[in-house]
Each structure stands twice: as structure tokens, then as C-alpha cells.
Design a protein around this ligand. Structure first.
Ligand SMILES: Nc1nc2c(ncn2[C@@H]2O[C@H](COP(=O)(O)OP(=O)(O)OP(=O)(O)O)[C@@H](O)[C@H]2O)c(=O)[nH]1
Ligand SMILES: [Mg+2]
Length: 194
């Protein structure tokens, strides 16, 4: 749910990059950061004091005024550690990009992690069919990848838009990001979360 501060006239939406270990979540965000014009997508370093916790990657995208409020997206990603950490990462997400690993050997992990995402959302009282979600099939540059129609059969169970990407080739990363931002804005404008 977006954080709306009516006094300060500010809205913050939360976008989470989620998916199996090593699928390319951090690389995707780093790519977006490197490509963002005039440093609009700012990386905020966060260090957590607990030594067992991995740092969360947080980026901020300020979009200027939307609905008369200063508007920003908070884009988060964290290495996969435990369901408990995933729970807090996903809490209140206004949009999720599920980054899948296209390699054949990652098939079961992709399916398992999508299932876990659904279960976490259920625990949070949310329905995966209604949460803005985009699928990004990453690492398409590698030789041993699944056909994308098979990945779609495995993973696109909730009627979401899906995208092929390769961070190594700098292809297909911007489209799912723009799509999820658009979906989050649409839910906000439709008043679903207000
Ligand atoms: N060939 C290829 N390698 C990629 C691609 N995207 C990421 N990688 C590599 O895959 C490895 C893991 O990428 P990360 O971005 O760290 O993956 P992650 O999803 O953030 O992983 P965790 O934080 O551990 O869950 C790195 O060595 C990347 O360089 C891609 O599209 N193609
Ligand atoms: Mg990472």
C-alpha cells in the first residue's frame, strides 16, 4: 500500500524485485540505476547492524508531482535468506517484478519461489491475482535456457505480462520496470489502496 503523507503532500510506492537466488535481481536494479537519466534513480546504501542480515538494496525514483503530491517509487531487493525476511520485504508492496532464471536447471526453483511468493501474499491477506505483478525471464543470453513458452506455462499462472531479458546484453530490463510502475500508478489512481 502506498505511504501517503497528506500534510507533506507526498506519496511513496513500493516496488519489490523478487525471485530465485542469482536470477539477476540486483543486476537488473544496478542496470536501471546506471541507465537512469540524470541520476533520477538514486541508490540509498543501507547497512543493517545484525551481522547475519544481508543488506537490502534500496533505490528511489522521484517522479515529480502525481495527483498533486510529490511522488516517489521505493524499489527494493534483498538476497534470498529466509521466509521471514521475504515476508517483511514484500509487506505492503505496490508492485512486484518476479525475476526468473531462464536456465533449464533453475526450473524447479523458479516454480518453488513463485509458489512461496503466493503463500507469503496470502499470509499478508493479499491475492496474487490482484497484486500488480510482472514476470521477467532473465539470462536469455545463455545457451541452456528453457523456451519462453515453457517458462510461461510454468510461471505465468496469474495472467501477468511477461518479458524476456538479459542483463548481460542490457536487453529487456526497462520494459518490465516501466510496466510495473504503470500498474502501481493505475491501482493508486483507481483508489484501490486509498
Ligand atoms: N549471463 C547472464 N548472467 C547474468 C544475467 N543477470 C545476472 N547475471 C549474473 O548472475 C549472477 C547473479 O546475479 P545477481 O544480480 O547477483 O542475482 P540476484 O538475483 O540479485 O541474486 P541474490 O541476491 O543472491 O538472490 C551474477 O554473476 C550476474 O552477473 C544475465 O542476464 N545473463
Ligand atoms: Mg541480489
Amino acid at each position: 500500500m502506498p505511504i501517503i503523507n497528506t500534510d507533506a503532500r507526498e506519496i511513496h510506492c513500493k516496488i519489490v524485485y523478487y525471485g530465485p537466488k542469482s536470477s539477476g535481481k540486483s543486476s537488473s536494479l544496478q542496470f536501471l540505476h546506471d541507465r537512469s537519466s540524470m541520476g533520477k534513480l538514486t541508490r540509498i546504501p543501507i547497512s543493517l547492524s545484525e551481522k547475519d542480515y544481508q543488506p537490502i538494496h534500496l533505490y528511489l525514483l522521484n517522479l515529480g508531482k502525481v495527483l498533486g503530491h510529490r511522488f516517489s517509487f521505493q524499489i527494493l531487493n534483498a538476497p534470498r535468506n529466509s521466509q521471514e525476511e521475504d515476508f517483511y520485504l514484500l509487506k505492503g508492496a505496490d508492485g512486484i517484478v518476479f525475476v526468473a532464471d531462464s536456465r533449464v536447471e533453475a526450473e524447479e526453483q523458479n516454480k518453488k519461489d513463485l509458489e512461496e511468493l503466493k503463500d507469503i501474499l496470502i499470509e499478508q491477506g493479499r491475492d496474487i491475482f490482484r497484486v500488480p505483478l510482472a514476470l521477467q525471464y532473465n539470462k536469455r543470453d545463455l545457451d541452456n535456457v528453457m523456451d519462453s513458452y515453457l517458462m510461461r506455462a510454468d510461471l505465468n499462472k496469474y495472467n501477468n505480462r511477461d518479458f524476456e531479458s538479459s542483463v548481460s546484453q542490457g536487453a529487456g530490463i526497462m520494459a518490465p520496470f516501466k510496466h510495473i510502475c504503470r500498474l502501481a500508478l493505475t491501482s493508486l489512481k483507481s483508489g484501490e489502496f486509498l
